[in-house]
Ligand binder design. Structure first.
Ligand code: HEC
Length: 198
């Protein structure tokens, strides 16, 4: 049976054969195979809902704006307080504010995302993607900008009155500075990490 005939087939078994052949032959005719009759093309709206990764440059950020003041209110209204505690302290979920003073080196402080993240865009991305736990994806861009501003303000990263938006969020200097993820100096036959046995 010629490839063309195979391609016309609608039998699932034959489809598997085509897929296998595709792997082996790698023919362009197979790369352009017709529809398999399975599923459907996602709509732009569906793709948009999944295509939410925000890079350090912030290029993918949606328009919107928000302040720490608005964020403080949302922190109550959206139930963040129930899990993370008042002002991000004392809840069952991880603390969102450091208890340590400004004199303490950031690496000696607790592992808190709005403090230790290398980029403020990561905080924004995490909140939109993962919070509030159980109701993920329900926050509007303005709400995420506000909550990000609130948590950065609590950790003394930005002043209380700074409105965050697509333009200034990627420019925020996080306390970790350039210290994040610095590669260790490589020496032949030396342990890759200090104190690591191999
Ligand atoms: C039902 C409980 C719950 C609610 C409500 C909730 N969170 Fe969380 N949150 C968690 C848990 C649990 C984690 C830890 C998740 C993990 O590490 O994978 C977390 C993690 C986080 C982190 C990252 C903390 C870190 O340092 O790694 C941030 C930021 C955050 N939440 C913000 C919020 C905001 C803002 C809201 C409200 C819109 C919210 N959370 C609502 C339970 C909750």
């Amino acid at each position: 049976m010629g490839l063309r005939k195979l391609l016309d087939a609608h039998n699932p078994l034959k489809m598997v054969t085509i897929l296998l052949l595709g792997g082996v032959v790698g023919s362009p005719a197979i790369a352009q195979s017709p529809t398999y009759g399975v599923g459907r093309t996602p709509t732009a709206e569906e793709l948009g809902r999944m295509d939410i990764a925000i890079s350090p440059t912030g290029d993918e950020l949606p328009p919107g704006t928000g302040t720490a003041k608005e964020g403080a209110l949302l922190y109550l209204q959206k139930g963040c307080i129930g899990c993370h505690g008042a002002e991000g302290l004392g809840g069952l979920a991880p603390a969102l504010q450091s208890k340590q003073g400004a004199d303490v080196n950031v690496w000696k402080k607790e592992r808190i995302l709005p403090l230790r993240s290398p980029y403020a865009t990561v905080v924004w991305d995490f909140i939109r993607r993962g919070m509030p736990l159980g109701l993920e994806g329900t926050l509007t861009p303005n709400e995420v900008y506000s909550l990000t501003a609130y948590l950065l303000f609590l950790n003394h990263v930005i002043p209380e009155d700074q409105a965050l938006d697509k333009q200034n969020l990627p420019t925020i200097k996080m306390p970790i500075g350039d210290e994040f993820g610095k590669p260790h100096e490589f020496k032949l036959n030396a342990p890759r990490l200090k104190g690591y046995p191999y």
